[in-house]
Design a protein around this ligand. Structure first.
Ligand SMILES: Cc1ncc(C[n+]2csc(CCOP(=O)(O)OP(=O)(O)O)c2C)c(N)n1
Length: 633
């Protein structure tokens, strides 16, 4: 039996010797590598924070003290030492342990995260609540250098520095976001990191910290003296200090003894304090150290070689996006592309290589990305902003104010629309239909397959005004990609199958599921028309009304929350046109959706052939009752 099995609570960590702590760190790394090699997950960020997490849990008293993890993708060690070792093999699986902090999982997960740059805001909230209630605990935000590029982090630093409340920010600086970190702040951190005073005096810092007593009445005085020496010795983080923080750094994030001394010191310190810790992404697993970007969030891989297991499959929608946008940009020099810290994730790496001066990675700054694009568009360029659906939520106001209101020619490429699988509720793209389909001036498209997607992208740059296109995190249908371009007629849906008993309206790749279901229904003698909606805005009212009127039964199928979704748009249309004799059923998600594979989730929520057949059978009884009533009347 290893040490890890005996850790049921962070308190158990405090009994370990330094040697045992080292052994535990190795066991934790082994466990994480093994589990992620099967289940997939955020390996490199987690390997980098093993010592940091253990030190935090030995020095702070979670759950009384609040540990708030930014993004939360680096909480595997935290989970393993807070009583979740037994469930760790279910990490990211359907009904299993979440890959992010989850309040329902443990009291140690004091705040749920998944989206970046919220931890300092949350820390200020916890600290203020504590101050109000005259309670006494520590609040620690752990934020990466990538997350530190997000606007919310500055808003919170601004507030925290001004309020002067006691809180600790641990800046986990591994010099990487998912890809290389970008921007002026990143350069600033880099200057601090490479400051010769830090490089030369690492050893001196260690000695000095040894002189800081852990507890006792003399702490304040001695710590005060030590602090001025520390300031002299350490690199000055003037920028943070100007904001009202005490800055201390830089410290080796893999040196447990040093980390514990630093945290002990920070506990005694009044006011906001920022500890600048240097870690190595992927630490302890050679393939992840070598390719931290690949192992940031990785699917199943071969343990020994570190080779990611790739099934032979059609290209993903993201890959098709990457290729197509390059093809379009070759033809049109005004096309520029913008990513918010995810050039690889959004398929823009090739564009960045091919057109470096026309590519912008703005960091984790979705709001800025959108307004920046709006001004580029107003200046005559044709920007495409590629962001995942759930991260676009950040930029809602900017989409309305800066893009739609002024009809800016911006293409919003909404990747990862619909359920995304094992990252779960923080990452599913369930809301974009609801929050975008009603925006004036915004043309909103959804392709049924990868070739239609390619043609829609081409069409998007032909349309005057803003355009959004949503597409999923999955491989395509395997259809042939036409090399030539053609326009998809704006506002026109596509009738894929005639029928007079039922109209099935689908959007996106689920249209294929609708077609398969229609074939099954046909075997049962039911003639179902299938409409590929293509445009959520403007709606093809004519076609919808025609088939709704003809079949009197409409079933909508969408990879989105039901509230405000595509089915809602159809209902609004039928109500507006007073087609009250049409029965409508909607398939989609009634609520937040948990983690699981995409096909598992589709199956579970009835977005499947069986789900459609089941829905149809309910129609029958309902509409018969309805028809019966009408007869009586
Ligand atoms: C609002 C938002 N945009 C984008 C992401 C995707 N994302 C997850 S982690 C990450 C990089 C974070 O870098 P850093 O904070 O340095 O953490 P590291 O993984 O390097 O430890 C990004 C861009 C996100 N989670 N939230």
């Amino acid at each position: 039996m290893g040490l890890l099995e005996g850790i049921n609570d962070p308190k158990d960590l405090r009994a370990l010797t330094w040697e045992e702590l080292d052994t535990l760190a190795q066991e934790i790394r082994q466990e994480m590598i093994e589990v992620v090699s099967v289940n997939g997950g955020h390996l490199a960020p987690n390997l980098g924070v093993v010592e940091l997490t253990l030190a935090l849990h030995r020095i702070f008293d979670s759950p009384r003290d609040k540990l708030i993890w930014d993004v939360g993708h680096q909480t595997y060690t935290h989970k393993l030492v807070t009583g979740r070792f037994a469930q760790f093999r279910s990490l990211r699986l359907f009904r299993g342990l979440s890959g992010f902090p989850k309040r329902s999982e443990s009291a140690h997960d004091c705040f749920e995260t998944g989206h970046s740059s919220t931890s300092i805001s949350a820390a200020v909230g916890f600290a203020k609540a504590r101050d109000f209630l005259k309670e006494d605990y520590h609040v620690v935000a752990i934020i990466g250098d990538g997350a530190m590029t997000g606007g919310m982090a500055y808003e919170a630093l601004n507030h925290a520095g001004h309020s002067g409340t006691n809180l600790i920010v641990v800046l986990n600086d591994n010099n990487m976001s998912i890809s290389s970190n970008v921007g002026a702040l990143s350069s600033y951190l880099n200057r601090l990191r490479t400051d010769p005073r830090y490089v030369k005096r690492k050893a001196e810092v260690k000695d000095l910290l040894k002189s800081i007593p852990k507890i006792g009445s003399k702490v304040a005085k001695v710590a005060g003296n030590a602090k001025s020496k520390l300031k002299y010795l350490l690199v000055r983080g003037l920028w943070f200090e100007e904001l009202g923080f005490t800055y201390l750094g830089l410290f080796d994030g893999h040196n447990s003894k040093l980390l514990e001394q630093v945290f002990e010191f920070a506990k005694q310190k009044k006011g906001p304090i920022l500890l600048h810790i240097i870690t190595r992404k992927g630490k302890g697993y050679a393939p992840a150290e070598k390719k931290p970007e690949v192992f940031h969030g990785v699917g199943p891989f071969d343990l020994l070689t570190g080779e990611v297991i790739k099934k032979q499959a059609p290209p993903t929608y993201t890959e098709v996006f990457g290729r197509t946008i390059c093809d379009i940009a070759v033809r049109d020099p005004k096309v520029v592309a913008i990513s918010a810290a995810m050039p690889t994730g959004t398929g823009l790496s090739q564009f960045a290589r091919q057109f470096p001066e026309r590519f912008f990675d703005v960091g984790i700054a979705e709001q800025h990305a959108v307004t920046f694009a709006a001004a580029l568009a107003v200046s005559g360029f044709k920007p495409v902003v590629a962001i995942y659906s759930s991260f676009f939520q950040r930029a809602y106001d900017q989409i309305i104010q800066d893009i739609c209101l002024s009809r800016a020619n911006v293409v919003l490429a909404i990747d990862r629309a619909g359920v995304v699988g094992n990252d779960g509720p923080t990452h599913h793209g369930l809301f974009d239909i609801s929050f975008l389909r009603n925006l004036p001036n915004l043309t909103f498209m959804v392709p049924k397959d990868e070739n239609e997607f390619r043609q829609m992208l081409y069409t998007a740059f032909k349309i005057e005004g803003p355009v959004a296109i949503r597409y999923p995190r999955s491989v395509g249908q395997g259809v042939t990609l036409e090399s030539s371009f053609r326009e998809i007629p704006p506002g026109k849906a596509e009738l894929l199958r005639e029928g007079r008993d039922l109209t099935i309206i689908g959007a996106g790749p689920l249209v294929n599921t609708c077609l398969l279901a229609a074939e099954q229904l046909n075997i049962q003698g039911v003639e179902a028309a299938v409409i590929n909606l293509r445009y959520l805005n403007p709606l093809d009212k004519e076609l919808i009304l025609k088939y709704a009127g003809l079949t009197k039964r409409v079933l909508t199928v969408e990879d989105n929350i039901l509230g405000g979704g595509m089915g809602g748009a159809v209902l609004e249309l039928l109500a507006d046109e007073k087609l009250s004799n049409v029965a409508v059923q909607r398939l989609g998600y009634p609520d937040f959706v948990e983690q699981g594979s995409i096909s598992q989730l589709h199956q579970f929520y009835g977005l499947s052939v069986e789900g459609i057949l089941g829905a149809y059978s309910k129609f029958e009884t309902r509409s018969l009752r309805f028809e019966g009533k009408r007869k009586i009347l």
